[in-house]
Ligand binder design. Structure first.
Ligand SMILES: CNC(=O)c1c(C)[nH]c(/C=C2\C(=O)Nc3ccc(Cl)cc32)c1C
Length: 285
């Protein structure tokens, strides 16, 4: 048996993340249930391996109640396998929550959406501004998630948000030129990315706006048959219809996050100046 199977009992596969499968495992020493991302790096290019190492180093640094916790990694060189041991999120991901609501023909309650949004803002604030937990290194290093979508946001057994899968994150050291890349789920790609400018923290805010819109409407804000048509809709900023039963306050929050001009979009810190978000944060902590 390998070092992995001598310390962990593999249970069922529960999902697929960037680079590999996610399996529920039990730690033999104390019976603790964890999630293990299994990565077969045999076929990986040098670039992908570097990206993988970068992801693990980012995860190790992020310690926050709303970001999936990284515990350890085991490398099985004989079988070219990397195992990343992380926090188990019993509630699965938000895309399954949205799918279940659609099947049952039920919308999420507004107060649930405010709590999910506030927790996602707390997780993003930690990534972008490192408020708590992460030692302030000299050059302030912002971490961009760059792939915020319902499949990458998980829930624990108390339905607390756990931001996961930093498979495409980048650290952005202050002063360095913004990360120039074209990644991100087409649905949530921001106008500035389509206009070939660079990805920065405001693009994560745009994606959070799209995600919150989808939690309300149970549909992504922009839908089209082709990527080109989708890009046109995104640049126009004209979303699909927003369900009437939600408050104008929630709708204007979503519109602010989805301002087509990134400089007009608030930062995650700006949102914590709002009394509504502060009250939600107090009810969570
Ligand atoms: C149907 N699958 C699930 O309900 C599910 C469950 C119970 N857990 C997960 C996923 C994760 C999980 O439980 N912990 C994780 C840590 C990192 C990443 Cl990228 C994913 C996970 C999933 C997708």
């Amino acid at each position: 048996s390998t070092e992995f199977t001598s310390h962990f009992e593999p249970l069922e596969v529960c999902g697929s993340g960037s680079f590999g499968l996610i399996r529920k495992v039990r730690r033999i020493s104390d019976g603790q249930i964890l999630a293990c991302k299994e990565i077969d790096y045999r076929k990986m290019s040098e670039k992908e391996k570097r990206q993988l190492v970068a992801e693990v180093n980012i995860l190790r640094e992020l310690k926050h109640p709303n970001i999936v916790r990284y515990y350890e990694r085991i490398i099985d060189r004989k079988n070219c396998m990397l195992y990343i041991l992380m926090e188990y999120c019993d509630g699965g991901d938000l895309s399954s929550v949205i799918r279940k609501c659609k099947q049952e023909g039920k919308y999420l309650q507004e107060d649930v959406i405010w709590i999910l949004l506030t927790q996602m803002l707390m997780a993003l604030r930690e990534c972008h501004h490192g408020k708590s937990g992460r030692e302030e290194s000299k050059s302030s290093v912002a971490i961009l998630h760059r792939d915020l979508k319902p499949d990458n946001v998980f829930l624990d057994d108390q339905r607390n948000v756990k931001l996961g899968d930093f498979g495409l994150s980048r650290t952005l050291s202050a002063g360095a030129d913004m990360a120039r890349t074209f990644v991100g789920t087409p649905f949530y790609m921001s106008p500035e990315l389509i206009n070939e400018s660079s990805y920065d923290m405001k693009s994560d805010v745009w994606a959070l706006g799209c995600l919150t819109f989808e939690l309300c409407a149970l549909e992504p804000p922009f839908q089209a048959k082709t990527q080109h048509a989708l890009a046109t809709k995104i640049k126009s900023g004209k979303t699909g219809s927003f369900p009437k039963q939600y408050s104008p306050q929630l709708h204007s929050m979503i519109k602010a996050m989805m301002h087509t001009n990134p400089s007009k979009r608030p930062t995650t810190l700006d949102f914590f100046k709002l009394e509504k978000i502060q009250r939600c944060q107090d009810s969570i902590e």
